[in-house]
Design a protein around this ligand. Sequence first.
Ligand SMILES: [Zn+2]
Ligand SMILES: [Zn+2]
Length: 222
Amino acid sequence: MTDFAARQKGLRALRRAGWVWYVAGAAAVLVGSVLAWVRFSVFGVEFSLPGVAGWGALTASCALLSLIGGRRFPLLGVLVGLLAMGIGSRAQQETGRAVRGRVLALTQALAPVNDKLMRVGLPPIEPFPLGQRWADHVGPGPLWTFWGGAALAVGAAAAFCGERLGRTCGRCGARWSPARMVVFCPACGERAGPLIACPACQSPLEPSDHFCAVCGSAASSD
Ligand SMILES: [Zn+2]
Ligand SMILES: [Zn+2]
């Protein structure tokens, strides 16, 4: 295999892997947004709030946007991925502590009432289970959002680099527009694209052609 063919093959693999990570990451962010972000129990009844009730609505719509616009603007995936990582890690760090603080404040507000109840021999009001840690109030949603965002950002960067390097000359570094079909580098003449002449009749072929459109000969695969 020539250097040229090896480079093309490597770039194709990079682009393909990038898109797999891109789509899987965006899907994970979407899943994360409908999973529970906040969990708490009141009088023994468990409640959970999905991410879409809060910041998850933003990460979900951005993930959808990155799936729709990704083909044209792969860098959108990097932005959305970083945003999801930021929101996911912030929710992971702070949601549980915020809920814990609220629970402690309510428990404290009930203290004088419970004091009076106990003085007259009535059981105290204890809406929240005792001995919970802040981590008990965090659902799986924020972690999904964080790691989904990481996969999305990495995949988008790989897809972007693969696409850009695919239209950059391997020898002199010249770059051409995506619309241009380039077989030899316009700056230095290095081979930069697939052979496009029919081996039988020398008519031009498109890179995706399996057969010559003029004489029907099999196009030699690169
Ligand atoms: Zn060149
Ligand atoms: Zn031909």
